[in-house]
Each structure stands twice: as C-alpha cells, then as structure tokens.
Design a protein. Structure first.
Length: 311
C-alpha cells in the first residue's frame, strides 16, 4: 500500500538517488539542459524544473519518469485508489472498525462532486466488508444500488481505462452478477492494456484476475472460475512470465478449484506447492496470507455459504 505522503521522496531527491547510484557527476546529468548550479538546487529542493527539462535530465542519467516515480515511492503503489484504501485502513484495524470508517467517509463526501473517487472507494469497501463479514448494520439496499450505479455509470463513460478505472472495476467486482462480471473482464483488461504503463498494468491485472476467480469459486461458478484460470495462464505465459506473486496465486487458485471439485487431497497439495514457492522467493506477506487461507479452506470449504472473496 501507499506510504504516507510525508515520507515520499521529492522528485529532486529521487533524481539525486538515481544519479548517485549510476556514479554520475552533476555536470553529466545537467548536460546542455540546465546549469550545474540549477540542477544542484533542484536535487536539494530549492528549485523546481519544468517537465521538459526534467525529462532531459532523466535522459542524461539514462533513466525515465517511470523509474523516478518508482524510486520516489520506494517501490510502493502510486495508484490513487490504493492510497485511499490505505488511508481508510489507518482508521480501523478490525473489519467492523474499517466498515465504520468507510461509512463515515461515504457520508462525508456524499454531496461533494469533486470527491467522487473518495466516495466510490469508501462505498466499495463498505459494501465488501458488511457483506463479506456479516457486519451489522448491513448496508441499506438503496445506498448499495446508488453506489453500484454511480460506479458503473462512471466506468461506462470512460472510453479508455487507466489504472484508476481498472482499480475501481476490481473494487466493485463483488457487486456484479457473475455472468456480467465475466463478460466485462476481457474488455476491462484490454481497455487498460493500450493506455497505462506496463509496470502498472502488470500490477493491477493479476489483482483483477485473482479477485474475479475468488468471486466465481465462492459462488460455485466453477465454469467461470476455470475460464478465469485459463486467462491467468495466458497472461502469465504471454506477458507476466517474470513476475512471481501472480504465479504463486495462480498455483494456489488451482488448488482451491480442486477443493471445490471434491478433491481435497489434491487441492491441499497444490496450495502447499504455492506456499513452498512463496518461501523460495521470500514472499513473506504472501506466505502468511495463503497459509491462513489454506487453513480456512481445509476447515470450512464444505460448509453451505462458505465464501473467500478477495479484493
């Protein structure tokens, strides 16, 4: 999740970090675009640079704007939706506390058009938490309808989706009917692929595929769950072969499908394989999450109404 904004590097600090990592002098980075004194003032936050000059400086140090932002954020997400979710999470540790915080934010921005994104994110979390954890009071049906309609209306008006739109689609996936969700999945992904940077695309697409799989398998739509696994396999083979965590979740999801197909021993073996791979790559948060999920599935997968939906 997004770090606190106060902890984020400035653009000048990020440029300095990249330049020093490459063992380049100020005069090399400045080139013909700017004086050494001006670049020094920029790196120490005493002067701003225009975007064209900044791009030239980045070119001079064999870098680019995407790498600069990655350094600024220490590898964390630069997605507005992620930032809003992280801010909400600071207001409550338990699902019930987080649901109350989401409800409060929703009411706070209910009549504030410029804060639409805050309202939609808070509303999505309120719906998810109350329905997934049975938190009372339940979200009123009319409030739920308005939120879902507003989210779908917004997404329907945007012709080319960026990271924000894909992230909202992911958050509101549990509110859609299974067949509608599956029908929208391919166009949703293709709308983003031609528009957003590959770095962000490789981050958000696995989340969407994993969310939708968890919805379908929880709803016993094994046909759609199987089709989503095939789409995940295609993504990993064609575009995501070098990323580890999505492949781990793909293996784990194969195991969950086997549980649903009344093959618990095979399912347990496949899920354990995923956790083993996570250990090899030191994916500690993934190990913890999947270990808890496997225990949950082993104990409850045969119970009526059992769900395990992730967003």
């Amino acid at each position: 999740m997004q770090k606190e904004l106060a902890m984020m590097m400035t653009a000048g600090q990020a440029v300095r970090r990249i330049r020093l990592d490459k063992h380049m002098a100020l005069r090399e980075a400045a080139g013909e675009a700017i004086s050494v004194a001006q670049l020094s003032r920029f790196e120490t936050d005493r002067q701003d640079l225009g975007i064209n000059v900044l791009l030239q400086v980045l070119t001079n140090i064999n870098s680019n704007i995407t790498e600069m932002r990655h350094v600024q954020l220490a590898g964390e997400s630069d997605i507005a939706v992620d930032r809003l979710v992280a801010q909400l999470k600071t207001q409550g540790k338990s699902p019930a506390e987080l649901a109350m915080a989401a409800q409060a934010d929703l009411q706070k921005y209910a009549h504030d058009p410029p804060r639409r994104l805050e309202r939609l994110v808070a509303g999505a979390l309120w719906i998810y938490l109350t329905e997934s954890y049975g938190i009372q009071p339940a979200i009123p049906a009319d409030s739920r309808r308005r939120l879902v309609a507003e989210a779908q209306g917004y997404l329907g008006r945007v012709e080319t989706w960026g990271v924000t739109e894909l992230s909202l689609y992911n958050l509101y996936s549990p509110t859609l009917a299974d067949d509608d969700l599956f029908t929208l999945m391919k166009p949703a992904l293709s709308r983003g692929k031609s528009y957003i940077g590959l770095y962000e695309y490789f981050k958000i697409v696995p989340f969407i595929l994993n969310t939708n799989f968890s919805i379908f398998v929880s709803h016993n739509r094994l046909d759609l769950a199987t089709a989503t696994l095939r789409m995940t396999e295609d993504f990993l083979a064609d575009e995501g072969s070098g990323i580890v965590a999505p492949r781990i979740f793909y293996i784990f999801n194969q195991g969950l499908l086997l549980f649903k197909q009344d093959q618990p021993a095979a399912g347990r073996q496949k899920c354990t394989e995923a956790i083993r791979v996570a250990r090899i790559f030191d994916e500690d948060p993934v190990i913890d999450l999947l270990t808890k999920r496997l225990q949950k599935w082993e104990n409850h997968y045969q119970e009526a109404g059992f769900t395990d939906i992730l967003i």
